[in-house]
Design a protein around this ligand. Structure first.
Ligand code: NAP
Ligand code: G4F
Length: 348
């Protein structure tokens, strides 16, 4: 079959699951990695083989959405059949601290990538299918349940930038007839979720407190409600969108929402502790404008793509706590043997 996919954001949570899925399906997978002073490929190390080894189908390229020339060069070199734009400064709270950077990467970065793909298509006469990682944050303060017809009302620089990227993508589909799908994905989590997003922050803290590695968990708004699903299910939806006959936009969600407080209850139940004894409010984690309730209606994805989630929220929390208990256990062993010094990490 010999299909080539380019994943921008391959080192992130979704990028790693998507790369696994596409490799299983026989694709040659190319991923864009940002240059950093430390290793940042931890989520894909298990699937990466040195490019000099025979049968390698995963290739990494240095690039950045803020560098249009570099993106263009990579697209020309890879000659992808499918491009997945998952690259983003994806933290909502941080987007209030770094609004310009967030807009540059999330909004203008998408435009740069679209231009690179458009020019490659013009020059090569090849078709490229493009997935744009949109977000339920774009609905912001609109009342739940939200679906493809719900208007956008973004509440953060991140969300406003995602709305801009959504409309850039839609415009390129309408203006140039490109095969572009906007996925409007509700929150999705996993053991690979970044440690500063609330679910992972909670499951990691529950595990560490249980093993005596931490004593307190500082959080912001416990009343916010999200429709949380499993990332492995959501990358399947991304792929399915690009296999459809026509490009279209899809909401991807479980249709069930829980509050941050309920997440705490489930996670601490797993380790048989009472969360109320450990959780304290820290106003640094409150946002200048909050999104109170996201709850998705994914009927269209179910009907047109045959997509459905396979993991419930309690199952997801259980999976994440089990993973974090294993990590905490390893850290505890290293500390007890004197191979690891006590240190603290700042977590937004
Ligand atoms: P993530 O874990 O934060 O991963 C983001 C990826 O983008 C990482 O590979 C990151 O690289 C890369 N990146 C950051 N800045 C970049 C830049 N300037 N140029 C190129 N790449 C850059 O996010 P995720 O949870 O996997 O989400 C994937 C995408 O879906 C994001 O666009 C996110 O906004 C969107 N989304 C996520 C959710 C969700 O609940 N997870 C829901 C809706 C939409 P480093 O590893 O070097 O940081
Ligand atoms: O886990 P969160 O940071 O996720 P948020 O803001 O919903 O954004 C995530 O999902 C979006 C899809 O809807 C993505 F587009 C985006 O890239 C990202 O993946 O926060 C969830 C809720 C918020 O209401 C927040 O105020 O949890 C609340 N919260 C309470 N205390 C906290 C904390 N969030 C974080 N990160 N840290 C806290 O201490």
């Amino acid at each position: 079959m010999n299909r080539r996919a380019l994943i921008v954001g391959i080192t992130g949570q979704d990028g790693s699951y998507l790369a696994e899925l596409l490799l299983q399906k026989g694709y040659q997978v190319h991923g864009i990695v940002r240059r950093a002073s430390t290793f940042n490929t931890g989520r894909i190390d298990h699937i990466y083989a040195d490019r000099h080894e025979p049968d390698t189908r995963l290739f990494l390229h240095f690039g950045d959405l803020s560098d249009g020339t570099g993106m263009r060069r990579i697209v020309e070199e890879v000659k992808p059949n499918e491009v997945y734009n998952l690259g983003a400064q994806s933290h909502v709270r941080v987007s209030f601290d770094e609004p310009e950077y967030t807009a540059d990467v999330v909004a203008t970065g998408t435009l740069r990538l679209l231009e690179a793909v458009r020019d490659y298509m013009l020059g090569s006469k090849q078709t490229v299918r493009f997935y744009q990682a949109g977000s339920s944050e774009m609905f912001g303060s609109e009342a739940p349940p939200q679906n493809e017809k719900t208007p956008f009302h973004p509440r953060s620089p991140y969300a406003a930038s995602k709305v801009a990227a959504h409309w850039f993508a839609t415009n390129y589909r309408e203006a140039y007839g490109m095969f572009i799908c906007n996925g409007i994905l509700f929150n999705h989590e996993s053991p690979r979720r970044g440690e500063t997003f609330v679910t992972r922050k909670i499951t990691r803290a529950a595990a560490r407190i249980k093993l005596g590695l931490d004593h307190k968990l500082h959080l912001g708004n416990l009343d916010a409600k999200r429709d949380w699903g499993f990332a492995g299910d959501y990358v399947r939806a991304m792929w399915q969108m690009l296999q459809a006959d026509q490009p279209d936009d899809f909401v991807v969600a479980t249709g069930v929402s829980h509050s941050v407080r309920q997440c705490l209850e489930l996670a601490f139940q797993e380790v048989e502790l009472d969360w109320k004894k450990y959780v304290e409010l820290d106003s640094r984690y409150l946002r200048p404008a909050e999104v109170d309730h996201l709850l998705g209606d994914a009927s269209k994805a179910r009907e047109k793509l045959g997509w459905q989630p396979t993991v419930t929220f309690p199952e997801l929390v259980k999976m994440m706590v089990a993973h974090d208990l294993e990590l905490a256990g390893r850290e505890q062993t290293l500390r007890l043997s004197g191979q690891l010094q006590e240190g603290r990490r700042h977590a937004w």
